[in-house]
Design a protein. Structure first.
Length: 78
């Protein structure tokens, strides 16, 4: 039994002891999708930059960013 297998067994045991709900990065990412295109309803992570949203609006819908994402305010990078 290698170290990787021991670590995996420990993670599984800890998840079982915690009630079977292990923290999942996928669940965290889904919860962070708070920006929604008003045209196609596609969701984006809250950390997306204005340039990427502008490209989406222009390339997918031939609209401006304000048409697809009204009220979007880019957060300052920490």
């Amino acid at each position: 039994m290698g170290n990787g297998q021991k670590a995996q067994m420990k993670r599984e045991r800890n998840a079982k002891n915690a009630g079977g709900t292990a923290n999942s990065q996928l669940k965290v990412n889904e919860a962070a999708k708070s920006i929604v295109c008003q045209t196609c309803r596609q969701t984006f992570l809250c950390t997306i930059r204005a340039k990427a949203l502008e490209e989406h609006a222009t390339n997918k819908h031939s609209k401006t960013m304000n048409d697809c994402f009204p009220g979007f305010v880019e957060t300052a990078k920490k």
